[in-house]
Design a protein around this ligand. Structure first.
Ligand code: ADP
Ligand code: MG
Length: 310
């Protein structure tokens, strides 16, 4: 029987906000992954980096504004977060696999995502990054051509674009590794955003939502299922209201009706449902599971989570 190939997309918040706990949280992530791999699943992992990329940016910029110091480009921070998070997950996952008697190894692929420089996201940057600045510091940063906004009464912050990725530059290499039986971590933090200007690849300041890169990866490796791990065991309608109802399985048509009814907020659950729809509609028998990390094994066994099916 053909092994089930799954693309697991992990929220950055699940991995914590601090370099020291990352060692521990990576182990928490590794346990269920090693179990699935031992049970014959082919696992490809993608992860978010929200808290970690913020930490890297603030750490490198030292909370300082442009005076005497050029802020580190966001694309560079995403690149650092990929290896920082990847190597910890590699260590912990290989340790768990060894405990189970497996000598399989894990590799992280530094992954870039091609984005359109004309993406509407670039004329409307919305993602706040880096340190909170005083009004004066904010003005100096803006003078360098950065977009700076006041962030919810907490100070001034640089905001960057969040464009939709067109493709993963390394998708053929990633697929070749997966086909060769390797355990691959790719697309970390949504991928390093790059643009193609007259045939030349250049990094660009942006942050891509990892829910979008997950769909591209899942298609690139021809996964049977996309698994989105987040802060809830199931998706709900009437979330946080007295009429809340947890969903176990919904069709793409039902999901679209719920989107129209405004059941999923744009900043959190909506991109996951949109990603699920995109993957399920991209091929026969493609399914998406949304659940939490601690229910991953049960979810794949069909015992919990929300499945989005065609
Ligand atoms: P991640 O870091 O995994 O991307 P997000 O916070 O962006 O997580 O989105 C997941 C969160 O969305 C859940 O933890 C939950 O708090 C919230 N949420 C909003 N609407 C719903 C809904 N209809 N059903 C379930 N969770 C929802
Ligand atoms: Mg999110």
């Amino acid at each position: 029987m053909k092994a089930k190939r799954i693309l697991i997309s992990l929220g950055g918040n699940a991995l914590g906000t601090d370099p020291v706990p990352l060692v521990e949280t990576a182990r928490t992530v590794a346990e269920p992954l090693a179990e699935l791999i031992s049970n014959g699943y082919e696992v490809v992992l993608c992860h978010g980096n929200g808290p970690q990329v913020g930490m890297i940016k603030v750490g490198l910029d030292g909370g300082r504004t442009p005076e005497g110091k050029t802020p580190v480009p966001m694309a560079d921070c995403v690149a650092m977060s990929q290896s920082y998070m990847g190597h910890h997950i590699q260590n912990q996952l290989e340790n768990e696999l060894r405990r189970k008697g497996s000598d399989k190894t894990v590799v992280t692929v530094v992954s870039r995502c091609l984005v359109d420089p004309e993406d509407p996201g670039f004329s409307n940057p919305t993602k706040p990054i880096g340190a909170f600045l005083s009004e004066e510091e904010g003005r100096k940063l803006a003078a360098l051509g950065k977009t700076v906004v006041e962030d919810s009464g907490r100070g001034y912050r640089e905001v960057v674009a969040s464009p939709i990725p067109l493709s993963i530059m390394e998708e053929k290499s990633i697929a070749a590794l997966v086909d060769a039986g390797q355990i691959v971590i790719a697309g970390g933090g949504g991928g390093i955003p790059v643009v193609d200007r007259d045939g030349q690849i250049e990094p660009i300041d942006a942050v891509i939502d990892k829910d979008w890169v997950s769909v591209l990866l899942a298609s690139a490796v021809n996964a049977d299922a996309l698994v989105i791990l987040t802060g809830v065991e199931k998706v709900a309608i009437g979330y946080n209201t007295p009429g809340q109802a947890w969903l176990s399985e919904i069709t793409t048509e039902e999901a679209k009706d719920y989107i129209k009814a405004g059941e999923f907020p744009p900043g959190s659950m909506l991109p996951k449902i949109q990603a699920a729809l995109k993957f399920v509609e991209s091929g026969d028998d493609r399914k998406t599971l949304i659940t939490s990390l601690d229910r991953l094994v049960e979810g794949l066994a069909g015992e919990t989570g929300t499945w989005i099916v065609s």
